[in-house]
Write a new protein. Structure first.
Length: 129
């Protein structure tokens, strides 16, 4: 099982230049996935029962993203933190860095460092690791 202390994370390009609007937190992967399961976008990466799809089960457009994330993990490259937020249905949404987050989750990583908007700090309290 991969441990996040073995991985070096860097800021996501999506927050650069707007760093003052984001917080760095470590989230509980299982809790995030449970909430994200309600997302309109989860079907691409997740089965309806909450399991993350294998590479071959992903839509063709998502497979290269999974391949790239897995290659970065294998070669111990630095990974950009994913950007999470709260969606319209008050569930977690995974924005930029979705492939990294979900590949780590599929590999069994239980806690993942991410960026969240400062304006969502209170809503993320139940999801922190």
């Amino acid at each position: 099982m991969i441990q996040t202390q073995d991985i070096q994370f860097i800021d996501n390009q999506a927050v650069q230049g707007r760093r003052e609007h984001y917080l760095d937190v470590v989230v509980d992967t299982a809790k995030i996935l449970k909430s994200w399961q309600s997302s309109l976008y989860s079907y691409e990466w997740m089965h309806s029962d909450g399991r993350i799809k294998t590479r071959d089960e992903l839509p063709e457009s998502e497979q290269p993203k999974r391949d790239q994330a897995e290659e970065k993990l294998k070669s111990n490259e630095t990974l950009e933190k994913s950007v999470l937020g709260i969606g319209l249905m008050e569930n977690i949404e995974i924005g930029s860095g979705r492939a990294i987050f979900l590949t780590l989750a599929a590999a069994g990583v239980q806690s993942i460092p991410v960026h969240i908007p400062k304006s969502n700090e209170d809503e993320f309290t139940p999801f922190l690791s």
